[in-house]
Design a protein around this ligand. Structure first.
Ligand SMILES: Nc1ncnc2c1ncn2[C@@H]1O[C@H](COP(=O)(O)OP(=O)(O)OP(=O)(O)O)[C@@H](O)[C@H]1O
Ligand SMILES: [Mg+2]
Length: 158
């Protein structure tokens, strides 16, 4: 496993820009890919996922699920579906396995996946979102792990 290669850090001033970052990430995603999102309550994990959904062109809306743990958003253009998981209420990796997610067919994005979803694949993007008090600005770090993401680049022009 190659850790840390292709790590990117972004300053994201607004929610709209967070969605734009999600669209840029989506441009690199294909069926079978896994993205783990970490960050505190309200950090912007779902907002970024909305951008991923827009980029993949899947049926929305993408929301922070209250009672639903995983939601499948079918493609509107014959591409992979988005599998959007909120692992907040999951007790551990076994409960995640029980969901029988279509990991090979879909692009899977897991909120609160830290400590639970790493076992799904050694190949994954790990996105951490940090917020500051009294500021809309977020700092986002994207790291690609595993062979899939070796030497990858995200176009960083604004
Ligand atoms: N720079 C920013 N990036 C992302 N969201 C922002 C930003 N500035 C303000 N916001 C707002 O912060 C909120 C982020 O909520 P969101 O549901 O995306 O967070 P979350 O990390 O998914 O939360 P939860 O842990 O409850 O699932 C939204 O209301 C969004 O509009
Ligand atoms: Mg959320």
């Amino acid at each position: 496993m190659t850790a840390g290669e292709g790590a990117h850090t972004f300053e994201v001033p607004t929610a709209v820009r967070m969605q734009a970052l999600g669209r840029r990430i989506a441009a690199r995603l294909r069926a079978g890919d896994l993205v783990l999102l970490s960050g505190d309550l309200g950090a912007g994990k779902t907002t970024l996922t909305q951008g991923v959904a827009a980029g993949l062109d899947v049926r929305g809306p993408v929301t922070s699920p209250t009672f639903v743990i995983a939601r499948l958003h079918p493609s509107l253009r014959g591409g992979p579906p988005l599998v959007h998981v909120d692992a907040y209420r999951l007790g551990g990796p076994a409960e995640l396995d029980d969901l029988d997610l279509p990991l090979q067919e879909g692009v899977t994005v897991v909120e609160w996946g830290g400590g639970i979803a790493e076992g799904l694949s050694p190949d994954r993007l790990e996105v951490s979102i940090r917020r500051r008090p009294a500021d809309e600005r977020r700092t986002v770090t994207v790291v690609g792990l595993g062979r899939r993401w070796q030497g990858w680049r995200l176009i960083t022009s604004a």
